[in-house]
Design a binder for this molecule. Structure first.
Ligand code: PGA
Length: 250
């Protein structure tokens, strides 16, 4: 059985005052069955982990460097993030692929270091609108999956998030059929590469404009084991109903 996961990505949002929201979320999720993860900016990691100690909410980071230490001004290693209280790290988010030119190779290298540091790597894949309109969605997602996942992928080390770029922050959501098509294909690719036992333990999240209002129908799709949520993770009042919808779908 794959444990459901509701992950929130705060992106470049939040200063100390946002910790109150996190406390509210921890309170709202005190009986959650699903795993709840919030990925605040790195500046808040340590304090966020303290706010969530003894709660159902764990804390993750949004990126890490692929090296373990060294002369990389401004970067953070997976070990540092783990030391600050992170249990997971988002890697290869489309905003990092676009803003920082991250390739599948970069993402795979980062994932290897993250796993070695004891973090779960949440690896993002997803097509652009051009890809989709050109009928290339499955080809693009398969190539990203093949290139970004390290060989030591397992159900405990890796989570895959399918995030169509055109659905992120736009309010546009694929149809449940479109989500199902990609998630089925992701599962099949994982089975081919890692074998059924490992593949069936890897959680597949959907991300892109998930809100309380659409969570239920998305979570009813086969092979959707949870969500990676941006905007609607910033407020406890928006995120807690998504966690509740996930619990209800289990
Ligand atoms: P969104 O972001 O929920 O605001 O669309 C999702 C993401 O980027 O992970």
């Amino acid at each position: 059985m794959r444990r459901k996961l509701a992950a929130g990505n705060w992106k470049m949002n939040g200063t100390a005052s946002a910790l109150t929201e996190l406390g509210n979320l921890a309170y709202s999720c005190k009986s959650a069955k699903a795993e709840v993860l919030i990925c605040p900016p790195a500046t808040l990691l340590y304090r966020a982990a303290n706010v969530c100690v003894d709660s159902k909410v764990s804390i993750g980071a949004q990126d890490c460097h692929n090296a373990t230490y060294g002369a990389h001004t401004g970067d953070l290693s997976a070990e540092m993030l783990h030391d600050a209280g992170a249990t997971a790290v988002i890697l290869g988010h489309s905003e990092r692929r676009a803003d920082h030119g991250e390739t599948d190779e970069t993402v795979r290298a980062k994932a290897k270091t993250a796993i070695a540091a004891g973090l779960t790597a949440i690896i993002c894949v997803g097509e652009t609108l051009n890809d989709r309109e050109a009928g290339k969605t499955l080809d693009v997602v398969r190539a990203q999956l093949a290139g970004s996942l390290p060989d030591d992928t397992s159900g405990t080390t890796v989570v895959v998030a399918y995030e169509p770029v055109w659905a992120i922050g736009t309010g546009k959501v694929p149809t449940v059929e479109q989500i199902a098509e990609v998630h089925n294909d992701l599962r099949a690719s994982l089975v081919k590469r890692f074998g059924g036992e490992t593949a069936n333990a890897i959680r597949l999240l959907y991300g892109g404009s998930v809100k309380a209002g659409n969570a239920k129908e998305i979570f009813a799709v086969a092979h959707v084991d949870g969500a990676l949520v941006g905007g609607a993770s910033l407020k406890a009042a928006d995120f807690a109903p998504i966690v509740a919808a996930l619990d209800a779908s289990a």
